[in-house]
Design a protein around this ligand. Structure first.
Ligand code: SF4
Length: 287
């Protein structure tokens, strides 16, 4: 396993200690994005993105000019009124931007589709316990099969592009929520395995120095062992036909809805691949 990327608050001292790591820097205010990116790069990190976690709807957010070209993950509670930012679409499209919206609010599912149709890339955040699987399935089908030009909606675009009937796909890195891909730091440099653990102050190390080798680090080993246990312990998810695209992510709230959704996604991804092959858009292999 490569060393996971680090999601870190914007703090010069912390970032200085992350030289050589891949880093996503967390800020609350879009005005800090450029300075946070510069700080990460100057400290010798590879910048994955600046993660802006704002309480304001997209319609009220002004992205500063100096953050153009910086990879931005903008997490907002809602898009707000479309007519409030319709006049700024051209401006927004000039940023290296992906807008994160929670699918726990049904209006956000529609907003992701509208944003995609006007060229703004999005990410559908499907939390555990989500209720609106039918609406999310519509969004997923739009993202994968709509032929009219539109921006990506992750994780669906990634899954469609990478679907392989013979293997599983893990897309948790889009949510920064997979300790193989990302670890999370608090302002004191303490390490958590997930965003949820960070919010609940469940730390696995006092600092990154305690994790010399992530493969041998017991909390990460334990996390991987729990995933393998799905099969050893004959967990219901192990026999779910949607497993290879879900990997048990909704296990704590599982039911027929999540299973039906992921089974449908397999079928839609298969149709996407067939369409692509029919149109001569076959992909060239990648290393
Ligand atoms: S779709 Fe639901 S039942 Fe199937 S693997 Fe995921 S959480 Fe488990």
């Amino acid at each position: 396993m490569n060393f996971p990327g680090i999601v870190s608050p914007y703090n010069e001292d912390l970032l200085r200690g992350l030289s050589g790591h891949s880093v996503a820097v967390r800020v609350q205010d879009p005005a800090d994005a450029a300075a946070a990116a510069a700080c990460a790069r100057q400290s010798g990190s590879r910048l994955v993105c600046v993660l802006i976690e704002s309480d304001s709807p997209l319609s009220e957010i002004e992205l500063p000019e100096d953050s153009r070209g910086i990879p931005l993950a903008l997490a907002v509670p809602s898009a707000g009124r479309f007519r409030s930012f319709a006049g700024r679409l051209k401006h927004l499209r000039q940023f290296n931007l992906r807008v994160y919206l929670s699918c726990s609010r049904p209006e956000n599912i529609l907003s992701l589709r509208i944003l995609s149709s006007v060229g703004i890339h999005g990410c559908a955040v499907i939390e555990r316990g989500v209720k609106h699987w039918e609406e999310i399935a519509d969004l997923m089908t739009y993202a994968m099969l709509e032929r009219a030009h539109h921006a990506s909606i992750e994780p669906f675009t990634f899954i469609a592009d990478n679907y392989d009937p013979f293997s599983h796909i893990d897309w948790a890195f889009f949510y920064f929520d997979d300790p193989k891909s990302f670890l999370h730091l608090d302002i004191e440099g303490r390490v958590a395995l997930s965003r949820e653990d960070l919010a609940k102050e469940r730390f696995v190390a006092r600092n990154l120095c305690e994790i010399a080798d992530p493969d041998q680090f017991p909390p990460i080993q334990e996390w991987l062992r729990r995933r393998r246990e799905y099969f050893v312990g004959l967990h219901p998810c192990a026999s779910c036909a949607g497993w290879k695209l879900c990997l048990g992510k909704y296990e704590t709230s599982r039911g027929p809805e999540c299973s039906a959704f992921f089974i449908e996604m397999i079928e839609v991804a298969r149709r996407f691949k067939a369409l692509r092959a029919r149109n001569g858009e076959a992909q060239i292999w990648q290393p």
